[in-house]
Design a protein around this ligand. Structure first.
Ligand code: UT7
Length: 319
């Protein structure tokens, strides 16, 4: 038994904030942002939007593409760093917004930018273990609400968005291999320290990052985990038709592709359009490449990501 993606969907809030817009209130420049990150703009959720709303739009599109009824979904995993509330989970709220009453499991997955590969790998294990047949796997984030707009080293990099896939039990090969890692020794390098105690926010509620250290670690570990999933599946790097990486920074993406010996025309890049949307970035990029016809049936697709924790992982699949 395998699990296979049968539908994808994504959603970006309507309001786009370009680098030129940022230049007006942040000590930065379009040239710096583009040359260091590849980002041209990011999207900002409307004041009345919450993460489950973004997840809902993306999920409806994925469910429509899959041609299923929401009631067939017996597992929902929402990868998010920006839950609607402390509890219940955004996944339970999404389940309600989708009108699903079947009572399958629904939970959030917190692995920051690694969240989507964590969630997809987990859903695959649920399906192959016989605990679910049809899973909705979502990455949804409103990162801009955790930005300190006075900290130019972080505020120019992040954006809001959501992406979703429907994963279903299948006799045909779909997900071929997945591998997850974490190393908590590095938790201080990328973090939001704040928490709530007695109704008051304690500590710094904004994203803080040691950018260069994150960059170096990312480039070191990402190709290693790719080697692991290739070994697990018995495939070679030359068998990969498409790399769909976490969209944080074009330079990390290029460095990883180079280490894998892949030319950039086999890499799906959307970071210029939405910045780092954390766990939403892989399903956003995947949906773009599926809908514009680049990713075709039978092709081999590699997903990889790294995020705060650090958490990182890869999933290799047959489309
Ligand atoms: O999902 C994982 C999430 N995180 C990442 O992927 C981030 C990984 N790291 C990076 O992508 C890069 O380290 C950054 C894009 C964050 C920064 O690029 P960098 O080449 O490592 O720049 P830097 O931190 O070494 O800073 C270079 C200069 C500094 O000025 P001085 O000290 O050389 O005078 C910074 O103050 O650039 C300055 N700087 C800026 N200038 C204009 C930092 N941020 C900005 C800015 N605009 N927004």
């Amino acid at each position: 038994m395998y699990s296979k993606i049968i539908g994808t969907g994504s959603y970006l809030p309507a309001k786009a904030l370009t680098n030129f817009d940022l230049e007006k209130f942040v000590d930065t420049s379009n040239d710096w942002i583009v040359s260091r990150s590849g980002i041209h703009q990011r999207h900002i959720a409307a004041d009345d939007e919450v993460t489950s709303d973004l997840a809902l739009h993306a999920s409806r599109r994925a469910i429509e593409a899959a041609g299923i009824s929401p009631d067939e979904i017996d597992l929902i995993i929402v990868a998010t760093t920006c839950p609607d509330k402390m509890f219940p989970s955004t996944a339970c709220i999404l389940q309600d917004k989708l009108g699903i009453k079947s009572g399958g499991a629904a939970f959030d997955m917190q692995a920051v930018c690694g969240g989507f590969v964590y969630a997809l790998n987990t859903a695959d294990l649920y399906i192959r273990g016989g605990q679910a047949k049809t899973a909705l796997v979502v990455g949804a984030e409103i990162m801009t609400r955790m930005l300190d707009w006075k900290d130019r080293t972080t505020c120019v990099l992040f954006g809001d968005g959501a992406g979703a896939v429907v994963l279903r039990a299948s006799e045909e090969p779909g997900i071929l291999a997945g591998k997850l890692h974490s190393d908590g020794q590095h938790h201080a390098l990328l973090r939001v320290d704040g928490s709530v105690r007695d109704g008051v926010v304690q500590g710094d509620p904004f994203i803080r990052m040691e950018g260069q250290a994150v960059f170096k670690f990312a480039v070191t570990v990402l190709h290693r985990v790719v080697d692991e999933v290739l070994k697990m599946s018995g495939l070679k790097d030359t068998d990969i038709d498409w790399l769909v990486p976490h969209q944080a920074n074009i330079r990390i993406i290029e460095a990883t592709a180079k280490k894998l010996g892949m030319s950039m025309d086999k890499v799906v890049v959307t970071v210029e359009n939405h910045g780092n949307t954390s766990s939403a970035s892989i399903p956003l990029a995947l949906d773009a490449a599926v809908r514009d016809g680049r990713i075709k049936a039978g092709q081999t697709v590699l997903l990889e990501a790294i995020g705060g924790g650090f958490t990182w992982g890869a999933v290799l699949l047959k489309w």
